[in-house]
Design a protein around this ligand. Structure first.
Ligand code: HEC
Length: 129
């Protein structure tokens, strides 16, 4: 990857972390609910997301409950997922210049920062104690 592209990817990831930590208030039920709907709409075509359906998703794609409950750094992964492959090829953040001028490689997902936070809140709710 050319370094300018890596730099931009880091910048985007950084903005995402800022957007998430800036508004970190205790999880609200509305956010979790909105996040569940967004994840169902945008993520469930590849991921098992934790809505009880286990036969959707693509076999090689990690499930959300699996990521949240098995990985210590799940928060970082979910707050920067849009900068992590394969997502930059099809996820667009509203108001942020795409990381690549190429057309999306899969049906595009467009999210606002508030929507990415809602998804984060939903994923957080999948964590077992
Ligand atoms: C077109 C298919 C597709 C869609 C849609 C998709 N993902 Fe993914 N996602 C993947 C694949 C494939 C991987 C595994 C990448 C790997 O392990 O290299 C992945 C991995 C992840 C990871 C783990 C990243 C890491 O570096 O460990 C997170 C977090 C994630 N996805 C979040 C999301 C969220 C949130 C959405 C919805 C807004 C979403 N994904 C939508 C295909 C998709």
């Amino acid at each position: 990857m050319p370094s300018s592209q890596a730099g931009r990817r880091n910048a985007i990831a950084f903005c995402g972390i800022l957007a998430l930590t800036a508004g970190l208030s205790p999880a609200r039920a509305e956010d979790v609910e909105a996040g569940a709907a967004l994840a169902s709409e945008h993520c469930a075509r590849c991921h098992v997301i934790g809505d009880g359906r286990t036969l959707n998703g693509i076999g090689s794609t990690p499930s959300f409950p699996g990521l949240v409950n098995n990985l210590d750094d799940w928060q970082e992964r979910f707050s920067t997922f849009f900068a992590r492959p394969p997502h930059p090829a099809f996820v667009r953040l509203d108001g942020v210049e795409p990381p690549t001028p190429l057309p999306p490689s899969a049906s595009p997902v467009v999210l606002t920062p508030m929507e990415t936070e809602a998804i984060f809140r939903y994923v957080e709710s999948l964590k077992r104690d």
